[in-house]
Write a protein that binds this ligand. Structure first.
Ligand SMILES: NC(=O)c1ccc[n+]([C@@H]2O[C@H](COP(=O)([O-])OP(=O)(O)OC[C@H]3O[C@@H](n4cnc5c(N)ncnc54)[C@H](OP(=O)(O)O)[C@@H]3O)[C@@H](O)[C@H]2O)c1
Length: 223
């Protein structure tokens, strides 16, 4: 399976690439293809050091080429740029490409971290992305509550739950499989895509709890 990561040059993108190259080819997408190429080489060198012989390769190119070539596409981009990027790339994806949104509409206010979508009455990240999908049921929301620092540290066993929302069982199963490939991450189904705003809400809850209680990159685990 070829996994493309739009915004793969960012922190989350690095974490996904290092974790999933163990079994899959990874394509790093960027607005700047030379930056994508440079970063992909750097990630692959780290992956070889950490995993010895990953089955997949990590390569880099521009965002549109990444979208065209991927079987699974992760949108690892800021909420503010989601509309612009998705309108450019999503018309180019394969018909059966599964798209993952970890996007959180996060903003910092005087009170702490909050959701832009609630504060400013804007769409959830899921709604914003889905508007641009040809096959709307191939969008799955996941990974909102895992910190990039933990994802990047491949020696770390991530004993956490990942909320998953989507409208197609087949697409959800593929994403659940990718979650389970990361040791001790457990997918927790919340419901259809229309509930993904709940998963997006979990991120500011975690970040505020982390700051106010001096915790280090907390995650969520349902017991
Ligand atoms: N960081 C976390 O711990 C964490 C945890 C859970 C969920 N998330 C969510 O995951 C997503 C990615 O997080 P991140 O921290 O990796 O994001 P990030 O580092 O801020 O950005 C990721 C990539 O997006 C591209 N980008 C940045 N500004 C852009 C713009 N103005 N227009 C188009 N592309 C732009 C950049 O790639 P190029 O410059 O190479 O194009 C950048 O490397 C976000 O939606 C975030 O809310 C993050």
């Amino acid at each position: 399976m070829k996994i493309g990561i739009i915004g793969g040059t960012g922190g989350m993108g690095k974490g996904f690439a290092l974790r999933w190259c163990v079994n899959h080819d990874i394509l790093i997408g960027s607005r700047d293809s030379s930056r994508a190429d440079e970063v992909a080489r750097e990630y692959f060198a780290s992956a070889i050091k950490e995993h010895e012989s990953p089955k997949g390769k990590i390569t880099g190119t521009d965002n549109v080429s990444t979208a065209k070539e991927s079987d699974v596409l992760v949108l690892s981009i800021p909420y503010e740029n989601t509309d612009a990027i998705c309108s450019q790339i999503l018309p180019n994806i394969k018909d059966n490409c599964i798209v993952i949104s970890p996007i959180v509409p996060l903003t910092k206010t005087d009170a702490g971290f909050e959701l832009i979508s609630f504060k400013e009455n804007k769409p959830s990240a899921f709604e914003l992305v889905q508007k641009h999908m040809k096959n709307k049921s191939n969008l799955v929301a996941a990974f909102h509550t895992i910190s990039e620092k933990k994802l990047i540290d491949t020696k770390l066993v991530l004993d956490s739950d990942i909320f998953v929302c989507g409208d197609s069982d087949d697409a959800i199963n593929v994403v659940n499989g990718l979650i389970k490939e990361i040791t001790n991450l457990r997918p927790i189904l919340l419901g259809p895509g229309s509930l993904s705003y709940l998963a997006e809400t979990a991120t500011p809850i975690l970040i505020n709890a982390m700051i106010k209680n001096k915790m280090k990159n907390p995650g969520i685990k349902i017991i």
